[in-house]
Ligand binder design. Structure first.
Ligand SMILES: Cc1cc2nc3c(=O)[nH]c(=O)nc-3n(C[C@H](O)[C@H](O)[C@H](O)COP(=O)(O)OP(=O)(O)OC[C@H]3O[C@@H](n4cnc5c(N)ncnc54)[C@H](O)[C@@H]3O)c2cc1C
Length: 517
């Protein structure tokens, strides 16, 4: 590695997504009445918007319902590489699912990538789409062993990659796999164009509309969805594109998903990243791609994954990425830093399909394991096909009700043991700190009226104390200092320092126990 003499310390004080800050997004009103529609799509990220686009194009009356603002979930904070190279995944798929499924996974994601390219061309979308080589590299001897196995999988599956002994950037690698003809883009410029198409064709979008339930069958084959403020949406098909499913429907998704956060810093480099997108195959995760900001190159340095609510000193993750990027490319300035989380299934393949095997009018797409640009698009293409009665060759691979004994069962046990541990440890933990000890702009678990509570003192010295029991399933939330949020280690719900929901599955705010004005 080119160890440039890099002095850190210029990270922005507050996190902000570069994609959101550089996109003029439309706003939509809250749903205030009962409505009927062909297709109700819950969630306006890449999955929901792409599904709405495809079904609008196919002639359906489509309604998108979003709890917060469009594209303000994980999609608004992604890194937006569009690739079928999802880390060292093909060897795992071969071992656990066999060659047919592994090959299907590759083709599903390649089709999604080509679909995005074709759509950009068809609508002439100005979204910085560039074709890039994707590199998966080993940055240690240990990782080299894993990478060699991955390369064998590429050969067996005839994935058109190439083995490289080194990288075209000044980063020492113990081997790499290059996959050509992959891509990167500005995800919100792309999705904004799809939203414009949907609304121009009469599709409806509602914001600030949180869906709570989809259990009600109307008796004539339709579904009735309910919002938290009591409005109903009667539809032929309901689609959960809400990241964590807004409706469980007996699928036990809360036992089969966990959330992991990752971080991104955008650096204005002294030496440019000439080409390619890069990711290592082990931990700590390091990801690189370039992007354009005001006509100049920035390099997005990503990584530092951890389970949500378990990041401890979360600001340190940004500092590690800043150091890595700064030493490699130099950093004149760091205009943005942000972080977000994605959901991971027990066997690491997303759940895409009907919510349970005996239901045919409620679909779900979740668990993209940080590869949702293509997998979210795979979901949209599948939902379009299924609703139109067309065959889709990827349904078995992604079927949410699948059961694979290995590694699913092990991860299932670990995930649920983790949840139980979090649940219990949060309840019995001894808390010694009190809110009076908090400094300005500091948050912590504190003792309040003899009980565990969450305290945050803002920069003006005002104190906010919340009940730390997550309103989803009762685990105890933890403080995330870099985002100033309360994060739940069990299923990834997040709340701001006033206790307001930032991210589901929780839909109800934490109780605000006290607030100083
Ligand atoms: C740091 C990071 C980097 C990543 N980089 C890449 C990458 O380079 N390439 C790649 O392919 N993938 C990447 N991913 C993964 C990818 O960003 C996600 O998989 C994808 O954006 C998920 O999209 P989505 O539409 O399913 O969810 P979201 O974008 O989260 O959208 C879901 C929406 O549903 C709404 N919602 C939730 N509950 C309700 C409710 N009850 N009622 C109504 N609305 C609701 C939310 O408010 C949200 O807007 C990355 C992930 C992370 C964490």
């Amino acid at each position: 590695m080119n160890n440039r003499n890099y002095e850190s310390g210029s990270l922005p004080q507050f996190p902000q997504s570069m994609w959101r800050q550089t996109t003029d997004l439309p706003t939509f009103s809250k749903l205030e009445e009962d409505i009927q529609t062909d297709i109700a799509i819950v969630g306006a990220g890449i999955t929901g918007i792409t599904t709405a686009y495809l079904l609008t194009k196919a002639g359906f009356k489509v309604t998108v319902l979003e709890a917060a603002k469009v594209l303000d979930g994980t999609t608004g904070f992604t890194t937006a590489k569009i690739t079928s190279q999802h880390g060292p995944i093909y060897n795992k798929l071969l071992e656990h699912f066999g060659d047919v499924a592994a090959e299907l996974y590759y083709h599903a994601n390649e089709e999604a990538l080509r679909f995005i390219q074709t759509t950009v061309e068809e609508h002439q979308i100005d979204c910085q789409l560039t074709v890039e080589d994707a590199y998966l590299y080993a940055d240690s001897e240990e990782q080299a062993e894993q990478l060699r196995k991955e390369w064998e999988a590429y050969e067996q599956l005839k994935i058109p990659g190439e083995w490289c002994d080194s990288l075209p950037i000044p980063l020492k690698a113990y081997g790499a796999i290059r996959l050509p003809n992959q891509a990167q883009f500005h995800p919100l410029h792309y999705l904004r164009a799809l939203i414009d198409y949907i609304t121009a064709q009469g599709g409806m979008v509602y914001e600030n509309t949180t869906l709570e339930d989809a259990a009600d069958n109307t008796g004539d084959g339709r579904r009735r969805l309910t919002t938290e403020s009591g409005q109903t949406i009667t539809c032929k098909y309901a689609i959960s594109a809400s990241h964590f499913p807004f409706f469980d429907g007996g699928g036990f998704y809360f036992t089969r998903l966990h959330a992991e956060r990752s971080y991104v810093v955008a650096i204005e480099p002294e030496i440019p990243l000439e080409q390619g997108m890069y990711i290592n195959c082990g931990e700590p995760k390091r990801s690189l791609r370039s992007a354009q900001l005001n006509g100049e190159q920035v390099i997005l340095v990503g990584g530092e994954s951890h389970k949500t609510g378990k990041g401890e000193c979360t600001f340190r993750h940004y500092e590690e990425l800043e150091k890595f990027g700064g030493q490699l490319f130099g950093a004149k300035r760091i205009p943005y830093r942000w972080s977000t989380q994605d959901l991971i299934t027990v066997d690491e393949v997303p759940y895409i399909g009907t919510i349970t095997s005996d239901v045919d009018n409620v679909f779900v797409a979740t668990g993209f394991a940080k590869w949702g640009m293509t997998n979210g698009t795979v979901a949209a293409l599948m939902f379009r096909d299924l609703i139109m009665g067309h065959n889709n060759k990827y349904t078995e691979l992604y079927k949410p009700s699948r059961f694979k004994a290995n590694p699913g069962i092990k991860n299932f046990t670990v995930q649920n043991a983790d949840v139980a541990k979090e649940w219990i440890s949060g309840k019995v933990e001894m808390i010694h700190r009190t809110a009076n000890e908090l400094q300005a702009d500091e948050g912590s678990v504190v003792r309040h009226s003899g009980k565990r509570a969450g305290g945050y003192k803002d920069i003006d010295g005002r104190l906010f104390i919340v009940d730390t029991t997550c309103t989803h399933l009762g685990c105890e939330v933890e403080w995330n200092e870099a985002e100033r949020s309360w994060d739940c280690p069990c299923h990834g719900s997040r709340f701001n320092y006033k206790g307001e929901v930032l991210e589901g599955p929780a839909t109800v705010n934490l109780k605000l126990l006290s607030q100083e004005s």
